[in-house]
Design a protein around this ligand. Structure first.
Ligand SMILES: *Cc1c(COP(=O)(O)O)cnc(C)c1O
Length: 498
């Protein structure tokens, strides 16, 4: 492909994306294809001869689009948002086009240095404190720093490896770990990536202590954490890491970071804060409270620009207060990677900050996003999501059939269908059945997409707002679909008692 051909072909792809975004709201949000049907449609040998891009794009439309669930749809309200955006796509294109490998500073200095600067800027904007910056405001080098990981799951895994490195005085990387000796703590609402991290680190999933939460707020019970720590220490075990959740996946609950940090440090444990979804909200002064306690107490912190901050997957920002623990756990220097810059100690070699060696230039994507929208644009986006979620809360509160299942947080509302039209409470099992049926009705309508969770054994709907194309009208339209489906289900239930 010549440069001129590339220019022409690239425009066709950008046109495809622009058309897709412009019309995605008219498509069914959730794909309903049968398992295996996409594979069957696209299967076949690699072509011997080159095919024109038109043919590829036409097959995308014909064979792949029906099997897509549209995450950029304005009425995608499931899980958490995974914002793309024009600036992120353009930044990602730059990264792909540059095609640099940033494993060492020496393999492309701009890749490492831009990442350090962007993460310092973001740490300050999120109120994490200077302790997490590569370079302090006075220009002197810091002890901490940030890195872009692929996902929060990887960030949490590396936090655990750093914590284990510190707790074992470095023996974890040389000797491995003794079975049953080291323990990890988080609430019952913590993300499953913590359990996975325990499995991958060699601690085993039984090392994870699941701490109770308050039945309404879903926040970790600090007294229960204190007891669990005490019991393990009395039995000769070593607490390695306590994880606080800022914005749990189920309901968006924010754990008491300050109290948890004090407890963790009393027992020599590392405090990791998982703010994968909610953390970015702190860019707005009125939501800065979500990161309270992080500056003073956290040893590490993760939040995902690839969720609610307009940065196409993947981009997970992760910071540590003491980079020597992380680098100590993960550094390795084979002869073929030796170079004077690394040996001088004056540079950051990011291959020591994560499991993999190679890494792409994600920082240019995040930098493009931060500059293209500015703090004012990013705040406007976050605020729109919070305002739309407040409208959802208002609708739930005003309808006698629905009950909030936990306090709403930022862009997330958890609720269930719990009463009939007159407000008479349904038996729990019946309410569970109808809540699940309601979700199925909304999702199969193609109009909107919600997801669910279980709280204290009860089925709960999650309505997660925050799409970049979502408007107030999309919220109203989805509520209408939900309300009509509830009418139908309750009418049906009344007609067939028992
Ligand atoms: C989404 C989420 C994760 C996992 O994020 P990935 O980047 O997909 O690994 C972890 N923790 C919380 C609280 C989340 O919301």
């Amino acid at each position: 492909m010549s440069a001129e051909q590339f220019r022409t072909e690239a425009h066709k792809v950008i046109d495809w994306i622009a058309d897709y975004w412009a019309t995605v709201g008219e498509r069914p949000v959730l794909s309903t294809v049968e398992p295996g049907s996409v594979a069957e449609a696209v299967d076949g040998p690699i072509p011997d001869d080159p095919e024109p891009l038109e043919q590829v794009l036409s097959d995308v439309d014909r064979l792949l689009v029906p099997g897509l669930t549209h995450w950029q749809h304005p009425r995608f309200f499931a899980y958490f948002p995974a914002n793309s955006s024009p600036a992120a796509v353009l930044g990602d294109l730059l990264s792909s086009g540059i095609g640099a490998q940033g494993m060492l500073w020496a393999t492309s200095p701009s890749v490492s240095e831009l990442e350090q600067v962007v993460l310092d800027q973001l740490a300050r904007a999120l109120g994490l404190s200077e302790a997490f910056c590569h370079r302090r405001e006075d220009g002197s080098p810091g002890a901490g720093g940030g890195v872009i990981q692929d996902t929060a799951s990887t960030a949490t895994f590396t936090a655990l490896l750093a914590a284990l490195h510190r707790a074992t005085g470095g023996r974890a990387r040389t000797e491995g770990v003794e079975s049953g000796r080291y323990t990890v703590y988080a609430s019952s609402q913590a993300h499953s990536s913590l359990q996975k991290a325990a499995m991958m680190s060699g601690l085993g999933e039984r090392a994870v202590r699941t701490i109770d939460v308050d039945a309404w707020t879903q926040q970790l019970d600090v007294a229960a954490l204190a007891e669990a720590l005490k019991a393990d220490v009395a039995a000769g075990r070593v607490p390695v890491m306590v994880q606080a959740c800022v914005g749990t996946t189920g309901t968006g609950a924010v754990d008491p970071v300050t109290e948890m940090g004090a407890l963790a440090h009393r027992h020599g444990a590392w405090l990791h804060v998982d703010a994968a979804w909610a953390g970015v909200a702190a860019l707005c002064p009125e939501h800065a409270w979500v990161n309270a306690g992080v500056a003073e107490h956290a040893d590490s912190y993760v939040t995902n620009p690839h969720k609610w901050l307009l940065t196409t997957f993947d981009c997970s920002s992760f910071w540590v207060r003491d980079r020597s623990a992380l680098v100590g756990a993960l550094s390795i220097l084979p002869e073929y990677l030796r170079n004077p810059a690394s040996e001088s100690g004056a540079v950051v070699d990011y291959r020591d900050w994560h499991p993999q060696l190679g890494r792409r230039f994600r920082a240019v994507k995040l930098w493009t996003v931060l500059r293209s929208y500015g703090l004012s644009g990013l705040r406007a986006h976050l605020r729109a999501g919070v305002a739309q979620a407040a409208r959802v809360t208002g609708l739930v509160d005003a309808d006698p059939r629905f009950t909030p299942a936990a306090p709403p947080c930022l862009g997330l509302v958890a609720f269930r269908l719990a009463a009939d039209a007159s407000g008479a409470r349904l038996p729990d099992a019946e309410a569970d059945r109808l809540t699940a049926a309601l979700m199925t009705a909304v999702n199969t309508s193609g109009e909107a997409y919600l997801s669910h969770t279980q709280l204290s054994g009860r089925t709960v709907l999650r309505w997660a707002v925050g799409g970049w194309q979502t408007t107030a009208a999309d919220v109203e339209r989805t509520w209408q679909v939900l309300s009509d489906a509830a009418d139908e289900l309750l009418g049906h239930a009344a007609a067939t008692p028992g």
